[in-house]
Design a protein. Structure first.
Length: 381
């Protein structure tokens, strides 16, 4: 956690400011940003195709994960996990992964919901709905965190979560831990694929971009810390292993809520909060793609969305089928899935390399240039 926070500050702030600045300085157009700002004769604008590909790749697997969240609201609220053994809870998640129709249906629901919000427009849809959704999300997190901290034996989980254990650092290797922290910092801020540039284009000159980026990093860190306060004390309070990855969310935590008084309610609220968090990401990336194609194709925004929803559903199907009908395809070795490949391409390649492109463009004399970048970043209060 400590190393993640360090890299979030070191890597996140300059790249976020760079993406915001590129977006705002490009006449409110993320898609043609490099075209507008780059020196004549240079080819920086070609990276827009890499950024678009990164946004598509992210949507192709993240919509499936978001669908899992919404499915689990229903499962928790209906009491489906009541009295199940750990094996039984694991079997519920396994049954979901083996059912392409259920998974595909929830994936399509997420895409249609996000597309419908974007269809309403930037202010009436994206801004208004995500603003209220995030306020509700933050309030819900506070309630869930307080509930977890008041559970018997929660202090053990709190120590596990917050007390530094440098032996674990040495056990896994410093290089591996730094690499994981960097990957998390890039992914959580969605930097490097232009996903923030579009929102930078909506920030007026009155706001100073460095301050906006600092606010995002601060709020992101607070949400991450609170998520840990919800999860780890509850796991240790009920003797459930804090496993990593999907098993923690979809196998370990339902067991925790099953043991907890009022667990059906708390579990449904928790997955509601997770659904809101994942949906906000899908909306943001969808909005970025919409604006890119708005500039590239010069078509009406709503036409692009009407075509974009079915296209995104089709592109997301390989991830869904990778757990069942296409499970024989193991691109990264035994046990891996198509989701793992898509995640690897985005998290380990497109995001960090794209961030390097943005940074070099903003600070290099061969790109936009340091003086121009700083002038844009420092404009406002």
């Amino acid at each position: 956690m400590l190393i993640y926070l360090v890299f979030l500050a070191i890597l996140g702030l300059p790249i976020m400011v760079a993406e915001f600045a590129v977006g705002r300085a490009s006449v409110h157009s993320a898609a043609k940003s490099f075209d507008v700002l780059e020196p004549k004769g240079t080819k920086w604008h070609l990276y827009k195709y890499g950024a678009i590909a990164g946004n598509f790749l992210l949507m192709m697997f993240y919509t499936t994960v978001a669908g899992w969240m919404f499915y689990y609201i229903y499962k928790m609220a209906s009491g489906s996990f009541a009295g199940l053994s750990p094996e039984g809870v694991g079997a519920v998640f396994g049954a979901l992964l083996s059912d392409p129709l259920t998974m595909g249906g929830w994936m399509a629901f997420v895409i249609i919901l996000a597309g419908s919000i974007c269809y309403l427009g930037v202010k009436a849809g994206v801004e208004r709905i995500t603003k209220y959704m995030m306020l509700f999300l933050l309030a819900l997190m506070v309630v869930l965190a307080i509930n977890s901290l008041l559970l018997p034996g929660s202090e053990v989980g709190l120590k596990y979560y917050l007390y530094p254990d440098f032996n674990r650092l040495l056990e896994h290797g410093l290089a591996e831990v730094i690499f994981a922290a960097m990957g998390q910092a890039f992914f959580t801020l969605s930097i490097g694929i232009g996903a923030l540039a579009i929102f930078g284009s909506y920030i007026g000159k009155r706001k100073r971009l460095t301050g906006e980026a600092a606010w995002v990093i601060g709020l992101d860190t607070m949400v991450a810390l609170m998520a840990g306060l919800i999860i780890f004390p509850a796991c240790f309070s009920y003797g459930v292993s804090p496993a990593s990855g999907p098993n923690l969310l979809f196998v370990a935590l339902p067991q925790v809520f099953d043991h907890m008084p009022g667990g059906t309610l708390w579990g449904a609220l928790f997955f509601l909060f997770m659904s809101f968090a994942s949906l906000s990401t899908v909306i943001a990336v969808f909005e970025n793609l919409i604006c890119c194609f708005l500039e590239l194709l010069r078509k009406d925004r709503r036409i692009i969305i009407r075509w974009g929803i079915p296209l995104m559903i089709i592109l997301s199907l390989p991830c869904v089928l990778g757990f069942n009908l296409l499970s024989g395809i193991q691109p990264l070795g035994a046990g891996s899935t198509i989701l793992d490949l898509e995640d690897f391409l985005v998290s380990n390649n497109v995001l960090p390399l794209g961030s390097l492109v943005y940074l070099l463009f903003c600070v290099s004399r061969y790109g936009w240039g340091w003086d121009n970048f700083v002038a844009e970043a420092d404009t406002g209060t």
